[in-house]
Design a protein around this ligand. Structure first.
Ligand code: UDP
Ligand code: MG
Length: 315
């Protein structure tokens, strides 16, 4: 009697990766040939690329039946691409990998063996080296991890990458988190399960350019805070309370000074400054509230996380 082999799905979010897809496929194919006790499927998610990414993926799908793809109607972002991959993967195990070779395919074998031998539900990778990061990005990343560690109860491993191999039950619990504003690093941590972390030296991108500039990263970091912490709202409430207390004490002091010493009320310039300061603080905290409300607004609309233009099944 032959036992059924495990199937590993490799999800590859790809946005304008015409220079890297073939390199990725060749390198990963070598590993899949080596791992004879496992079957593989490649699931490329073309995230609305405007170069030849989709064409290259289609050519691969023609010559290799294990290659599947989903092409989006426009660029929805890596978070949407990962969700589409997880939702449409068929494997008993699922790995998410970047197309640019920063997630070395050799690791898949190590990750799979660790799950088999030590019974983990998930093996995930993190990197502390960040060789390809600019100094600004390094400082920003370090500060962000420190901040999120303080203000969020969902713990996040510094330098965590999206590269991970998960059992089907982990994948299903992630798919069940259908929120529109997705921050996967937080979602992975939120669903829990027994996870083994491996620290590795992430290589530089093999070709092409990073799709994340500073502004995109800043938005992504903000997304992480808004999705996994309500602390900014708590802080704004406390600051509000503090200012009320200060005002209350100041009023009492002024009343006593006027009654006891007959002091005339003065200091209009300082009053103008105080009004401006408090007005600014109020606007700032309204802004924070507004950001949470805007997320709520988008969540209530229940817009699709991604829209499919075509898949390999139609060809
Ligand atoms: N990616 C995507 N959609 C996007 C941006 C990026 O699917 O809108 C993919 C990209 O093709 C790559 C992975 O996400 O496979 C990681 O992107 P990148 O290497 O640019 O990010 P970095 O490693 O610089 O953080
Ligand atoms: Mg990269």
């Amino acid at each position: 009697m032959t036992t059924k082999k495990d199937l590993i799905s490799l999800i590859v979010p790809s946005y304008n990766e015409e220079k890297t897809i073939s390199i990725f496929y060749e390198a990963t194919n070598k590993i899949t040939t080596k791992m004879k006790n496992v079957d593989f499927e490649f699931l490329f998610i073309d995230d609305g690329s405007c170069d030849d990414t989709l064409k290259i993926i289609k050519d691969l799908a023609k010559k290799d039946k294990r290659v599947r793809y989903i092409s989006f109607s426009r660029n929805f972002g890596k978070e949407s691409a990962m969700y589409a991959g997880l939702e449409n993967s068929k494997g008993d195990y699922v790995a998410i990998m970047d197309a640019d070779m920063q997630d070395p395919p050799e690791m898949i074998e190590k990750m799979y063996n660790l799950i088999q031998s030590d019974g983990y539900d998930c093996v995930a990778l993190c990197t502390s080296s960040h060789k390809d990061y600019s100094l600004l990005r390094k400082i920003f990343t370090n500060c962000w991890y420190k901040l999120i560690g303080i203000i969020s109860s969902t713990k996040q491993v510094p330098g965590a990458r999206d590269f991970r191999l998960m059992k089907r039950k982990v994948v299903n619990s992630i798919i069940n988190m259908k929120e529109y504003n997705r921050y996967s690093k937080g979602i992975f941590s939120f669903v829990g399960f027994d996870t083994k972390w491996i620290d590795y030296d992430a290589p530089n991108r093999v070709a092409g350019e990073s799709k994340f500039n500073f502004i995109k990263l800043f938005k992504y970091a903000l997304e992480g805070i808004l999705a996994f912490s309500t602390m900014p709202l708590v802080i704004s409430a406390f600051v509000g309370l503090l200012f009320c207390l200060i005002a209350f004490i100041a009023i009492i002091v002024i009343i006593i000074k006027t009654i006891v010493f007959g002091d005339p009320v003065g200091g209009w310039p300082s009053l103008a400054c105080i009004i401006t300061l408090i007005g600014g603080i109020q606007m700032f905290f309204f802004g924070i509230m507004g950001m949470y409300m805007s997320k709520l607004y988008l969540e209530i609309k229940k817009r699709p996380i991604y829209i499919v233009k075509e898949t390999e099944e139609e060809n």
